[in-house]
Design a protein around this ligand. Sequence first.
Ligand code: PYC
Length: 322
Amino acid sequence: MHVVDSHTEGEPTRVILSGGPDLGSGSLAERAQRLATEHRELYRSLVKEPYGQEAMVGALLVESVNTECVAGIIFFDAAAVIGMCGHGTIGVAATLAHLGKIGIGSHKLETPVGVVEITLQDNNTVSVTNVDSYRLEKDRVIQVDGIGPNGASVDVKGDIAWGGNWFFMVDKSPTAVRPDNIMALTQTAIAIRTALERENITGGEGGIIDHIVLFGDALTPEGHSRNFVLCPDNAYDRSPCGTGCSARLACLAAEDRLPAGKEIIQESIIGSRYSISYQSASRDDLPGDQPVSPTITGQAFVTREATLIFNSQDPLKKGIDL
Ligand code: PYC
């Protein structure tokens, strides 16, 4: 299996160029579903240790249905196949540029949740115009067990928003959003996701809310805010999370807290950054508040080209469940 690894603002992506499972034909969503149900062990082993690394997101390159797209991509982490991935898309763009498959300029990629546009500004700097994003519900209050003093429950208020994945966005984090607090932030975010599951709170059409974002003050004067993002596999996003930023822009727009076209800096928990902005999306087929068309700009660097060798005798070839 031939792979190229990169990181986008610290968050790793592994692009699977060849040797991946045959997902047959059909829409990207149908093929993603096949990957999720028929090849679960395989896709997870590609990103888990010892073949992968913590926080790694896989990007399986497949043929697109839409002929305007240079490729189709199906993203996954160590727990689940996901709809879209912003940092992964930036990583795919830098990988395709590294391989000489795309040049400077704009290109389209097809994902299970829709077509996204990438603009390669130089071999590492990429803007992604993501799928239209929107806030579904404002100020949902949930009781979260175990995160208060002496393990008490705490009421946490958040917005439910779509940015290519479903997010619960907590504007005022109950746990300080600081890089020296990652363990506590992870526990808080997992407890929030558990409370959402317990209360059967979902995104549209029963979509699982598998990403949690906690916001705090920016730690630099240029930053708009700093975030902590929990991914489905319980790893935290080292980047500011492209789909999370898309959902954030939808929430800021819905609250009139950011005008269309104004660029802001979103800091990640490790201090890496995306420049993000939106345009209004004229759609009347989506629920919730007025959708936005978000654009996320960040940098990715290729770190490795490799051939993965799965030895049938290797007792850990399915990966380690941490
Ligand atoms: O950048 O959208 C993103 C993302 C999702 C999960 C990890 N990164």
